[in-house]
Design a protein around this ligand. Structure first.
Ligand code: UDP
Length: 476
């Protein structure tokens, strides 16, 4: 008499909003197409409030709202790992903590994976990039381990090539600021556009990145939140083995675009009601991710640029740091009379907007974005062209990919001091809505919107990639 054990897939996301939500969406996607698997998602506890990694309230509450809907609508099991009581390096930066917290959790993780393996068939363990420390634990337990890359395939191709660049170039990117970096499958990238944390070889984070890239290349496979036809060249370079030194890339599975389906719950947000009264494709939406913040001077420039552009706009505004958790006082923050003068054609949302709904609203015709990968996919999947205004992480790389390779965005250019002028914003917005170049970008993004839909249907590339994975998992 046999007891059949469940086939379990364990997902291990990093707590950052974009990372957590796209990993949960991955779990939902697996369940939807392959319901015979059980999905367990391990949740890392955020450390105490006294470290600097805790998300601002508006982000935390959007995550809680999202998790509540997932809890009530799916059979996914969430298993919380115990909180770590003490962080040994209290001076660690938020980025360092993203790598460090999973590392400190390794003993808990080891125990958890062992327990799951004893009571079920653990078919695959899928880890976020920042949870790289888990690779060692899973390898020791002989569990098939996959990475889930929450940015695009162009970014992944570059990242996998990083250990090769490390060996072949004797300086960090920060000391090569006038040079352009060539990597297989992606456009040349000015060294000054490289993520800060990857540019300085002396930091702990640089070492974390390097180790992660090396481990990824040895994993059972890499899942990417993208779709084949959006990033053909980068995907081919990886599959041809051009991005890793030994010429053997693990299989790459492009299973996206994964978009959060329940960003907002309850009553219709005021800004959506406002959008209902605007003409089709007439509004430019400005939103800069979960962490995008600006100095007061920059907000002023933006207001002037928007006003002078004459375009209808929907703009998410937060207080400059360090008071960004407090609701902004718009009358104090924005130029005198701005709100009154633009009241017939503009709407300002404080702190947080239901972005997925906004982008898919018929009245929205353009998006000024910080180029976070989730935002990019959310825009592409509904055919909204972009102005690329990167702020942090790998977003300057994404600007290059969006502008040079996919041609779905116009580049906004900052001045030497990092400020984007009112004139620049006005020019780019006008260009997006009124010019021939803008029309080309719009056409190109509409093409990708259609291809994204095809990719996810039965027989489409993302659908097939997921089916291949499921098959592999059943065989292990
Ligand atoms: N987002 C939102 N409302 C906001 C700002 C952001 O719903 O006012 C969501 C957005 O839809 C996206 C996520 O937050 O899903 C941001 O992820 P992304 O990868 O674009 O950037 P990150 O926050 O990781 O820098």
């Amino acid at each position: 008499f046999f007891v059949t054990m469940e086939d379990v897939i364990v997902l291990y996301p990093s707590p950052g909003r974009g990372h957590l939500i796209s990993m949960v969406e991955l779990g939902k996607l697996i369940l939807k197409h392959h319901p015979s698997f059980s999905i367990t998602i391990l949740i890392l506890s955020e450390p105490n409030k006294n470290t600097n990694s805790t998300a601002p309230n508006y982000v935390a509450s959007s995550i809680n709202q999202y998790m509540a809907t997932v809890n009530s609508t799916t059979s996914i099991t969430f298993q919380h790992l115990p909180a770590i009581s003490e962080i040994p390096h209290s001076t660690a930066s938020p980025l360092e903590l993203s790598f460090l917290i999973p590392r400190l959790n390794n003993p808990n993780l080891h125990q958890t994976l062992k327990t799951i393996s004893q009571t079920s068939k653990l078919r695959a363990f899928i880890i976020d990039f920042f949870c790289d420390a888990a690779f060692e634990v899973a390898s020791n337990l002989d569990i098939p381990t996959y990475y889930f890359f929450t940015s695009g395939a162009n970014g992944l191709a570059f990242f996998l090539y990083m250990p090769t660049l490390h060996r072949n170039v004797d300086k960090g990117f920060k000391d090569l600021s006038n040079m352009v970096i060539e990597s297989p499958g992606i456009p040349p990238i000015p060294a000054s556009d490289m993520p800060g944390a990857m540019s300085d070889r002396t930091t702990q984070c640089y070492e974390y990145f390097l180790n992660t890239a090396t481990h990824m290349a040895k994993s059972n496979g890499i899942l990417v939140n993208t779709f084949d036809s959006l990033e053909t060249k980068a995907i081919k370079a990886m599959s041809d083995g051009l991005c890793v030194s030994d010429g053997v890339t693990p299989p790459i599975f492009c299973i996206g675009p994964l978009i959060s389906s329940s960003n907002h719950d309850g009553d219709e947000h005021e800004c959506l009601k406002w959008l209902n009264s605007q003409p089709s494709r007439s509004v430019v939406f400005l939103s800069f991710g979960s962490m995008g913040l600006f100095a007061a001077k920059q907000l002023e420039e933006m207001a002037v640029g928007l006003e002078n552009s004459g375009q209808r706009f929907l703009w998410v505004v937060r207080n400059p740091p360090p008071n960004n958790e407090e609701e902004p006082n718009l009358d104090e923050l924005l130029p005198k009379g701005f709100l009154e003068r633009t009241k017939d054609r503009g709407f300002v949302v404080k702190q947080w907007a239901p972005q997925v709904e906004v982008l898919s609203h018929d009245s929205v015709g353009g998006f000024v974005t910080h180029c976070g990968w989730n935002s990019v996919l959310e825009a592409i999947s509904v055919g909204v062209p972009m102005v690329a205004w990167p702020l942090y992480a790998e977003q300057r790389l994404n600007r290059v990919f969006l502008v040079e390779e996919m041609k779905v965005a116009l580049a906004s250019k900052e001045m030497e001091d990092g400020l984007v002028s009112a004139e620049e914003l006005e020019k780019r917005v006008r260009e997006l809505f009124e010019s021939e170049v803008g029309r080309e970008v719009r056409e190109s993004v509409l093409g990708f919107r259609d291809e994204a839909m095809v990719a996810q249907k039965e027989g489409g590339s993302s659908h097939v990639a997921l089916a291949k994975l499921a098959q592999l998992w059943k065989q292990t």
